[in-house]
Design a protein around this ligand. Structure first.
Ligand code: PRP
Length: 180
């Protein structure tokens, strides 16, 4: 589908699944190069990162664990700037090599908040892997260690990303149309 409608907005296909998959495989290989034998703990930030985390985790070829937390800061197409923890850590991350898995770093407010929060539990290290990065939108000094694709500052949905809860199910990524 080249164009989809979600609620009151229209979106055009922007990043096909094949490109996403290649970026995810490549990132998994880069992480493995850095972490082999170190049993990293992947920390998936729900909801948006669930598809990316599942794909990256499937491709990771060495012993590792995954855990999930749920944060939220978006309403409609804008960050509220306030990060809410809806589900917190269920695991002791003290002494662990933590790799945060995010679908997107937009303003960077969510991950900046998260990194500060996780530091209190004294992990051995914290790194950030994000499928997507909007370099022109970042407002914090967060620097992801692993980036799948850099994208312009457009609102997107699909592959786990949503518009007011809808659109996460598409395997490709779609960009909002100019008229929306
Ligand atoms: C999205 C996305 C990131 C965050 C990125 O989450 O999954 O966690 O926003 O934006 P930022 O860099 O401007 O903070 P959202 O709050 O929409 O919740 P969701 O993951 O449940 O969709």
């Amino acid at each position: 589908m080249a164009r989809i409608r979600i609620l009151d907005k229209e979106f055009d296909k922007n990043i096909p699944y094949e490109r996403i998959e290649a970026a995810v495989r490549d990132m998994s290989a880069r992480i493995y190069d850095d972490y082999q034998g170190r049993q990293p703990l992947f920390l998936c930030v729900l909801n948006g990162a669930f598809m990316f985390a599942a794909d990256l985790f499937k491709h990771y070829p060495d012993p590792c664990e995954i855990s999930f937390i749920k944060l939220s800061s978006y309403r409609d197409t804008q960050s509220t700037g306030e990060v809410k923890t809806l589900i917190g850590l269920d695991k002791d991350i003290g002494g662990r090599e933590v790799i945060i898995l995010e679908d997107i770093v937009d303003t960077g407010i969510t991950v900046a908040h998260l990194v500060e929060d996780l530091t209190r539990y004294q992990p051995a290290s914290i790194r950030l892997a994000t499928l997507l990065l909007k370099p022109d939108a970042v407002q914090t000094d967060v620097k992801p260690d692993y980036v799948g694709l850099e994208i312009p500052n457009d609102f997107i949905v699909g592959y786990g990303l949503d518009y007011n809860g809808f659109g996460r199910n598409y395997k490709d990524i779609y960009k909002i149309t100019d008229q929306s």
